[in-house]
Write a protein that binds this ligand. Structure first.
Ligand code: GDP
Ligand code: MG
Length: 332
């Protein structure tokens, strides 16, 4: 069961609450109408409001449930969810001091919340905001760019994509396919060409065409690792030369299934290229991505979005509360 089945469940709850309200209105109130009693619109509205309050308090009662768990169980949960040994120990120590061997789930959530932060995308007031997407091959960069471009376009922004993964021909075609599907412009060169030149052309086109946001795809693998970091730095430099203080965001895309290796990736990319935020993909799998706590602890990086599927709408803004609730859903 995927972690974000939790979200679907929450939606079901809301639907159920609405259904209860509708049932009560069409039940009792309509019966009264049948009997010839005069029921004013205000009375119906009040009855609906009462039912909504009832349903809400039912839901509240449920969410008030605050189970207790042993530190041993918590340790198992954290370790099997890729929170990492160091962070798990730190959290267990903190909780033991404050609560003893058995802790309230609400307290656990409160402590974990200190290790997560959400930040929305950071835009320039005028001129193009440039966002670079970086990360290892297969982490979901290209797909995430498609998702983000759709979201920004729907918000009314003019978006331009830059096909900066020039290492693989398929990568350029993949981004082009998304650009067509979503209806946004793309700047591309041939496979094997200089990625920095693609970024340069894209930013130049963005300035000329009055584009609001440029999303720059990048390679996740070159012939060797050193080359990749050098190429990413060059892309970053070229963008900065063209528009001062850009790229505004350098977003590291991490696959939820990468486990603790995601922390190693985050450290390396941050050290060598610089990173402003993280996007976690594939949270529709069984992986829980507990590594985001360690990444925040070590690098202070916010999470901007989560990916929960392969489709363009499978992207949510990150919410620490929902993430932590989903983290324990079905386990406690
Ligand atoms: N299930 C799932 N698959 C994803 C998600 N994001 C990306 N993918 C898939 O992961 C694979 C690699 O994605 P891609 O965007 O090409 O990765 P890139 O190499 O970093 O550009 C593709 O098959 C995507 O459809 C996600 O959130 N959930
Ligand atoms: Mg790609």
């Amino acid at each position: 069961m995927g972690m974000f089945d939790f979200l679907k469940k929450a939606l079901k709850k809301t639907k159920k609450a609405i259904k209860e309200v509708v049932d009560s209105v069409s039940g009792e109130e309509l019966e009264e109408l049948d009997e010839g009693t005069e029921v004013t619109a205000q009375e119906v509205a009040k009855a609906s409001a009462d039912s909504i309050t009832k349903s809400q308090s039912k839901l509240k009662k449920k969410s008030k449930r605050d189970p207790k768990i042993t530190l041993e169980t918590l340790e198992e949960i954290l370790l099997s969810s890729d929170a990492g040994l160091e962070l798990t120990e730190e959290i267990l120590e903190r909780l033991e001091e404050e609560e003893g061997d058995v802790v309230r789930l609400s307290k656990v959530k409160e402590v974990l919340k200190n290790y997560l932060v959400f930040e929305p995308l950071n835009f320039r007031r005028s001129g193009p905001s440039v966002f670079m997407f970086i990360g290892v091959n297969g982490s979901g960069k290209t797909t995430t760019i498609a998702k983000v471009s759709k979201r920004l376009k729907d918000e009314g922004r003019k978006v331009l994509l830059a096909a900066g993964d020039t290492f693989r021909a398929a990568a350029i075609e993949q981004l082009e396919w998304w650009a067509k599907k979503i209806g946004v412009d793309i700047v591309k060169h041939q496979q094997g060409s200089d990625a920095a030149a693609v970024a340069y052309d894209a930013v130049e086109a963005a300035v000329a065409r009055g584009v609001d946001v440029v999303l720059v795809d990048t390679a996740g693998r070159l012939h060797n690792k050193m080359q990749l970091m050098e190429e990413l730095l060059k892309v970053k430099r070229v963008i900065g030369k063209k528009v001062l203080d850009e790229p505004r965001e350098i977003l590291l895309v991490l696959d939820a299934n990468n486990g603790q290796n995601a922390v190693v990736q985050a450290e390396k990319f941050s050290r060598e290229v610089g990173t402003t935020g993280v996007i976690v993909t594939k949270l529709d799998s069984s992986a829980k991505a507990g590594f985001v706590f360690s990444i925040y602890k070590k690098l202070g990086l916010p999470v901007k979005f989560i990916g929960v599927g392969e489709k363009v709408e499978d992207l949510y803004e990150f919410s620490p509360d929902e993430f932590i609730d989903a983290f324990f859903d079905g386990l406690v």
